[in-house]
Ligand binder design. Sequence first.
Ligand SMILES: [Zn+2]
Length: 247
Amino acid sequence: MIDTHAHLTALDDPDAVVERAFAAGVTRILTVATDIEDGHRVLALAEAHDGVFAILGIHPHEAGVTKDADVDALRELLAHPKAVAVGETGLDWFREYAPHDAQQRLFAQQLELADELGKPVVIHTRAADEDTLAALAGHDGTVVLHCFSSPHLLPAALERGWYVSFAGNASFPKAVDLRLAATQVPADRILAETDSPYLAPQPVRGQRNEPAYVVHTLAALAQARGDDPAELERQIDANATACFSLD
Ligand SMILES: [Zn+2]
């Protein structure tokens, strides 16, 4: 099993959490940085554990305090051999922790970086469907819609061959629309993630989430799609390997 999106550095015991995940059958964890300082911590974890890889970016919440020098620092961090993608980046009109123009500028800068480095980009989008689509209109590289929560984005995702990554919220009883979306994503474009430590899936909902729990999201997706869980697990592993160029 692979967890394609976790924030291990948001946990106070990341090494123990990684070991627990590996013991539970998780083989690889992609851990995501939200700013430059976090990027250094994420890379230290990736260096310490064979199965841990880094997704490095500056979160839209940080856009108001980000300088151009930070984007240059990000480019340098992304040269690390275990850095597999740029992100998470995007637009968040829901929390609005940063001004819209600053978020759009930072998003554009990171799309450019992904393009320049030939790496996939991991997208965070909330209450900003149209503007996210507009920003991605000219981006031809590999795209992952992380914590997929907006079925309105599905037609574009299908048309453009983007990867769609489902998190624990897809397992919640009321998330019928997300499970319906999961049935419409082609087998070679679906991913599963925890977004640890947030959004723990059923039946551990409400607890601190960790990568070992990706199995529950996978089970919910398999049930929705009518897939054999072991087969879907194998498929998602292959998808993540292709998407992030993992060995
Ligand atoms: Zn995240």
